[in-house]
Each structure stands twice: as C-alpha cells, then as structure tokens.
Design a protein around this ligand. Structure first.
Ligand code: FA5
Length: 380
C-alpha cells in the first residue's frame, strides 16, 4: 500500500483506474458464472475475492488516496466487491442445491431391490418331488390324507396284518416310543398296543378307511422312521408316499393302469413297467413295480461299453411295493371284502430322488446344505 499523499491522483494509480476495476469485476463475475462445482467456486473465490485478488489489492490502495479521492474510489471498489460477493453467494447456493439434488439421486437406496447378504435358500427337492407326485394323483381325483408320525402299534402293524411275530415288529427295524403292555410297564394295558415311530405310511391306509366314507381314493405322503444306519442308500428318517384306492370292482388292471399313468407323468412316455411277484402282509397278491430305465431305456444291458449309472446297467428301476389290499385289512377296518376291493402302492421319495436326479449319496439330502438344494430350482 502506498503512503498517504495529498497530491495522489487515483486515476493515475493503475489498480484504481475505473476500467481496471470494471475489468476485475467482469472477470470475477464471469469466473463465478463459469464455476461448475463447489470446488471450482472455492478457487474462484480465492482468486477474485481473496486477500490477493485484484479488487482486494485495489481496496488497499484507497487508504493512500487524498481524502477527496477516497470516496469515489471507495464507492467504485466497494460496489465491485459487493457485486462479486453477491454473485459468489448466489452461485454457492445454486451449486449446493445442485449437489444436494444429485446426492439424493446418486445415493438413493431402493429398499425394494433384492439383497444378497443372506443367501437365499431353496425348497428341498424331497418336498417338491413329493408335491409333484401328489399333484399327479389329485388330478385323478385322489385326496391327500395324513396321519401321525408317532403311531399306535395297532395301526402301524396289527391292522395291516403284520402279526406279532412278523420280523418288522422287532426292535431291529422299529423305534419304540412306548413298549407294548406287559413289557416295561406297557403303554396301553387295554389293547396291549405299544407306540412306535411309524415305519411306513401304510397306517394312513387304516386311518383313511376308518375315517372316510367309501369309496376311498387317497394319496398319503409323510415322514417315516426305521432303525437303519445313515449311509449312501439308507437314512433312519425318510419319506414315503402311499396310494390307496378302495371301491367296488377294482382289480389289478386298475392298479397297473394307475401306476403306468404315474410313470408316464413323472418320467415321460413310452417306458414299459412290470410287476414282479413279492410279499407284503397287507396286500394279496403283492408285487414290486419296476419301470424301464428312463436314461438308457434298457440298452445298457446289451452294451457293456456304455454302462448306465441310473439303473446300474440292469435296464430296470425298482419303484416300490404294491398289490391288492388284503381282505383281512379291509375287514379290520369294517369294510366288506365281498363288496369292496382295493389296491395300494408305497414307495420311498429319497430313492426316487436318487435315480430321478442322479443323486449318488442319500446323506446329501439330510445335511441341509443349500448348495445341494439350490440347483434343483423350483418345480412347477
Ligand atoms: C413298505 O414300507 C410298504 N409299506 C410299501 C407298500 C405300500 C407295499 C402299499 C404294498 C402296498 P418297504 O419296506 O419296501 O415297503 O419300503 C418302501 C420303500 O421305502 C423302499 O422301496 C425304499 O425306497 C424306501 N426305504 C426303505 N428303507 C429306507 C431307508 N432306510 N432309507 C430310505 N428309504 C428307504
């Protein structure tokens, strides 16, 4: 800053020349208008309104002016600085508003978007396969029937013509919840019947015949229990589906036609089935139902160089047990075997899932790992 000088002429001071002040003001206003964001505006402010800006330097020169010159120069510089300050304020507000609007858009959180922090699980394929089988039969008019998993021995064995000496009644196969009367206190001294974890879904046949009006057409899915070790092909807790039809005039042909329809619907057209003689106390005659392998269609039997993993190159796949309901079972449920006949079929869902989807180890089904269930996706 120059020293006070009475003969000082502001017009001669370069920084205070009106055109210099106008130029500094116009440059400042142009720079403010051109600032594209708050960072740029901060730099503009420092350059055009800071301590070392042309207008600030001009302001400092005013102090050295003679008194008569101070007012005019002060007014000119003050107006220029005021205009720049106002422009800076307006632009600051504009840019802050723009920034706030942009942040609101850029940082918006769409709470409806799917999140993946907790990986989605999946429906267990045992459930979807069981429901699919139910659908096949409900489409034919069958009703879904259920029964308790903790079951009276009478329903699980006696009523199904499994006499007291039948091997399946020994402790080997069956989880006893309460032992029969006479043994360790007994469960029900009246009937002498113990309580078991049901070993198959066949007791639902008995419950259905006792509870429903004839004719009866039911499909009974459910969990069953046996004292088997968990290994690649066995689990102590597994799922079965039971089929029961009791009506007038039903024959083995009806059973065969019904099972053929099920095989077609679940595995595709053109797969032969066969019934192999077998024995179940609750059906007479009894059979095992086999179907031609849906992968190799039996070819692997004659082509050793092209073995089939699905049927172990046997050409046939065992589906489950079946037969005509034993008249003794009908009688135990108060159904007249002279008038009514029926057929039944029962099979394991785990085994069907194994060959239908090439699952090699049944343990994968019980471990609850979503990496096993997810690839099955949704079956509709
Ligand atoms: C029965 O349980 C009869 N109630 C089926 C039946 C119903 C026959 C109606 C006739 C009329 P079985 O004991 O064979 O039959 O068992 C049926 C199926 O359960 C087997 O074919 C098999 O697929 C499955 N299964 C048996 N034990 C196990 C196990 N430990 N783990 C997984 N699946 C098993």
């Amino acid at each position: 800053m120059s020293a006070p000088n009475k003969s000082y002429d502001p017009v001669e001071v370069e920084a205070l020349k009106p055109e210099e002040i106008d130029r500094a003001r116009e440059q400042a206003l142009a720079a403010v208008a051109a600032a594209g964001d708050l960072d740029e505006l901060r730099e503009v402010k420092s350059a055009h309104a800071g301590d070392r800006s042309p207008l600030a330097l001009a302001n400092r020169e005013i102090g050295a002016l003679p008194p008569h010159a101070k007012a005019e120069a002060g007014k000119r510089v003050g107006q220029a600085r005021g205009a720049v300050g106002k422009a800076l304020k307006i632009r600051q507000e504009e840019l802050e508003r723009e920034r706030d609007e942009r942040v609101l858009v850029e940082e918006a959180v769409d709470v409806t978007l799917p999140y993946d922090r907790t990986p989605a699980g999946a429906r267990h394929p045992l459930t979807t396969l069981s429901e699919r089988i139910e659908d096949v039969f409900t489409a034919m008019g069958y009703e879904v029937a259920e029964g308790p998993e903790v079951e009276a021995e009478w329903f699980n064995f006696d009523a199904l013509n499994l006499g007291p000496d039948h091997p399946a009644r020994t402790m080997q196969d069956t989880f006893f919840v309460e032992s029969p009367a006479g043994e360790q206190g007994g469960a029900d001294p009246e009937s002498g019947s113990g309580v078991v974890l049901r070993t198959h879904t066949s007791p639902v046949q008995i419950r259905s015949l006792l509870e429903r009006e004839l004719p009866v057409y039911v499909i009974c899915p459910g969990r069953v229990y046996r004292t088997d070790e968990l290994d690649a092909t066995h689990t102590p807790v597994f799922s079965q589906v039971e089929l029961l039809a009791v009506d007038e005039g039903l024959t083995m042909a009806d059973l065969r036609g019904t099972l053929d329809h099920m095989v077609r619907t679940l595995f595709g057209e053109g797969l032969a089935t066969r019934l192999r003689p077998s024995y179940f106390p609750f059906t007479e005659p009894s059979a095992e139902l086999d179907m031609v392998c849906f992968v190799c269609r039996g070819d692997s039997v004659h082509n050793p160089e092209r073995p089939c993993r699905t049927c172990s190159s046997e050409g046939w796949i065992e589906l489950g047990g079946c037969g005509m309901v034993n008249p003794r079972v009908l009688r135990a449920c108060g159904v007249d075997p002279e008038r009514y006949s029926g057929f039944a079929f029962g099979f394991g869902i785990e085994r069907m899932l194994m060959f239908r989807h090439s699952v090699e180890d049944m343990r994968d089904m019980v471990e609850g790992d979503a990496r096993f269930t997810r690839p099955f996706g949704m079956e509709i």
